[in-house]
Write a protein that binds this ligand. Structure first.
Ligand SMILES: Nc1ncnc2c1ncn2[C@@H]1O[C@H](COP(=O)(O)OP(=O)(O)OP(=O)(O)O)[C@@H](O)[C@H]1O
Length: 301
């Protein structure tokens, strides 16, 4: 288990983290989601001991390994590879840091190469690799010592959709191996695909932390979007049906706790006023909408 207790960090006058507390169970896959500058990288660097001057406590419990660093694999946001040597040489370098030698080192490097799908390119220099291949190798380097905790800082930034897919599949496999994962991203749809729980971070504070299902249940009030010609003629009816009516695209969006009844009433009002519907949809907020609702901040800003 990983316990983050009241962690704060300042860089000069900038507060990067403000009393962060989080608990993560063994085998959990947490998406750490926040916009640029929210404090994600700082928190991850504190967890992996790169940033050592901070307030609060980080506690790892239940690991059999006495050396905490050996239980953690860290994938930094910036690719950290030696470009002028081969993929396998990069893996050997990271394996040696963790005292792997000889046959054991070779065997582990081959295993990791299969895992990251680069066996065919193992002898090629990294400088000949695409951005996505470099990202995969960057992840492979963090896996050489078979860590229980895997901490990834935006590992899919700036890569092609195929490599992105590959990386997401790798993370799913890590989950099946019961590794504990923290995955930082501002691509919320990725987090939705692979994580079980999500922590929203904004301006150095954790705004929410829960399972994705619980968050959706808690905040996802359904909305009806509709568009028709002269839709402003329905405005009075709309305000009777919902307290939250807003112009949206070429029509209006209204939130409602009772969507079926609201839809029926809306259709009835359209028929009465002889208005022809162009679009009519029942929508549920995405995690991105929930983040915006809680923080007033766009994730992709
Ligand atoms: N080494 C540093 N020196 C000074 N300020 C820093 C340093 N590292 C981060 N900060 C500041 O701390 C705050 C949090 O930055 P951090 O990199 O942790 O955010 P982030 O959520 O990872 O953002 P991004 O998605 O852009 O990587 C920002 O205001 C940033 O400018």
């Amino acid at each position: 288990m990983l316990v983050i207790n009241n962690v704060s960090k300042k860089y000069g006058k900038t507060t990067a983290l403000n009393e962060i507390s989080l608990k993560l169970n063994k085998g959990a896959c947490l998406g750490l989601v926040g916009p640029n500058g929210a404090g994600k990288s700082t928190l991850l660097k504190i967890i992996v001991h790169i940033v050592q001057a901070y307030e609060g406590k980080i506690i790892f419990t239940g690991t059999s390994n006495t050396d905490q660093k050996r239980t953690i694999g860290y994938v930094p946001q910036d690719i950290c590879l030696e470009e002028n040597v081969s993929a396998i040489q990069n893996l050997y370098f990271f394996g040696r840091i963790y005292q792997l030698r000889g046959k054991a080192l070779q065997k582990q490097a081959k295993k990791v190469l299969r895992y990251i799908g680069l066996s065919e390119r193992q002898k090629d220099k990294v400088k000949t690799f695409s951005g996505g291949m470099k990202r995969r190798l960057n992840i492979g380097c963090a896996l050489m010592h078979e860590p229980q905790f895997i901490i990834m800082d935006e590992p899919t930034v700036g890569i092609d959709p195929q490599s992105r897919h590959y990386i997401l599949d790798m993370i799913k496999q890590m989950k099946e191996e019961n590794r504990t994962i923290i995955y930082s991203s501002h691509y919320i749809e990725e987090v939705n695909k692979i994580c079980d729980e999500v922590a929203f971070i904004d301006q150095g504070k954790i705004i929410e932390h829960d399972t994705i299902n619980s968050l959706i249940e808690k905040y996802a009030v359904p909305a009806i979007f509709f568009a028709c010609q002269n839709s402003e003629r329905l405005l009075a009816d709309l305000h009777q049906l919902s307290d939250h009516v807003q112009p949206y695209k070429n029509g209006y969006k209204l939130t409602t706790a009772n969507p079926m009844w609201t839809m029926e009433e809306l259709l009835r009002a359209c028929r009465e006023k002889k208005l022809v519907l162009k679009q009519f949809e029942l929508t549920y907020p995405t995690l991105e909408d929930i983040f915006f609702k809680l923080t007033g901040t766009e994730l992709r800003a």
